[in-house]
Design a binder for this molecule. Sequence first.
Ligand code: UDX
Ligand code: ADP
Length: 477
Amino acid sequence: MSTEWDLQICCMGAGYVGGPTMAVIAKMCPKIRVCVIDLNQAQVDAWNSPTFDLPIYEPGLPEVVKESRGRNLFFSTSINEEIARADIIFISVNTPTKTQGIGAGRAANIKNCELCARTIAEVSTTNKIIVEKSTVPVRTATAIRRVLQCNDKGLQFDVLSNPEFLAEGTAVKDLLKPDRVLIGGSQSPEGLAAAEKLVKVYANWIPREQILTTNLWSSECAKLVANAFLAQRVSSINSISALCEATGADVCEISRAVGMDARIGSRFLQSSVGFGGSCFQKDILNLVYLCETYGLDECAQYWNQVILMNNYQKKRFSEKMVSKMFNTVTGKKVAILGYAFKKDTGDVRETPSMFVARDLFEEGAKIHVYDPQVKREDMWQEMEYTCNMSPAKTPGLDEAIVTAPDAYSACSGAHALATLTEWDEFKTLDFEKIYKSMAKPAFIFDGRNILDHDKLRKIGFEVHVIGKPDPAAFTDL
Ligand code: UDX
Ligand code: ADP
């Protein structure tokens, strides 16, 4: 190890998790050399962009990268060299749900993790600590450990699990001030020593009592369970939103009343068009698959229902749009405001907007999408991966789904607009101007409950909101 540095860390995978996590470690630990490596040259080039035009949009991240890049933070494709010099190697590669073979549609594919382990075993010349950062099925550490143990160089590899709890859009804040850091390791003397080494890294800025150490399996499982619980809250409130629309109750009032119970808490009770993102669905499917594997069918069905409810919510939204617009959207222009799976990110993985866009496309609508951060090529890539639809294989798709440069052009001439991501800028749009430019009757479908509905109705819009009663149908409220 170089004497210049206290420690050398390398992270395999420069994506939504690896990039921000390592940038914050580098910021908070100037005496640790941190290098993020990736197979994808374009991705690495973007992290090294002279203008800090980073490959992911994350508030506050360019500033953090600016502070450390070139000092103790590096991005590189020199995978073998960086692995060879590192003391600690994080594996932060993508582990998408399997699309074929055993467990297809449910189990996570850990192919990329295994490949990382094989590369590490091949190129290492010194002992290493390997840290699983990617969300993985429980007991993946065993697979990684076995691959590493096959090395014939007599090297020692200690495998730790250190799941990431950052949420996109608030990643920097979450990393700087996490609720907790979880480190799982083998309970052998070597395993405990490896965990302690990683604890010391985080202890540079996180109070010790917030750094939990557990056995490997608890750590892997806790990550899945945390995401399952969060998603379950969203599905629970979304199920109530349907009841509210049917009965005249208001889901926001219910969330407020229920969330003020300290035992329940107020967060993650925001009813929406459904949850998206790379984690929730994948992790629950993973949990379901695990339960099934161990013959726990009732447990599997219980968690699977969280996903079914989410699918129902997305479908319910697009069906409501069609039914309110006189049962047809064929040939009608419809504006979709917001395509990212939540605000303050450009990430479109599993975004509910995609499912609504798909349903409207199948109904023959002309869809004009505006999102401040989403790139058109990312929309297509995700649509191909998740819906098996693309401009190349789906006739008419390229012409039917248009990306607009701003909200006003997306809405001009449209019969309806739907807010599907809660971007702040949508709250302050000039809706008088938008109303004048739209076909009449002009519909608004607020899938995030972010707009001033009374004001919009006064302007002349017909407004439908997730979880709120339609005033025309409930005159006695
Ligand atoms: C999640 C976990 O929060 C994080 O700890 C983990 O590391 C990764 O997965 P992320 O997917 O980035 O993070 O975003 P999150 O804020 O959890 O939102 C997930 C989805 O739920 C989004 O589509 C969001 O819009 C939706 N959501 C969230 C709601 O619909 N209502 C809510 O009240 C909260
Ligand atoms: P996450 O949200 O988990 O961070 P991303 O898809 O954003 O997932 O990022 C994962 C990154 O891992 C991608 O940039 C991909 O190129 C990279 N990657 C995948 N396999 C390997 C590997 N074997 N070695 C290095 N990087 C890899």
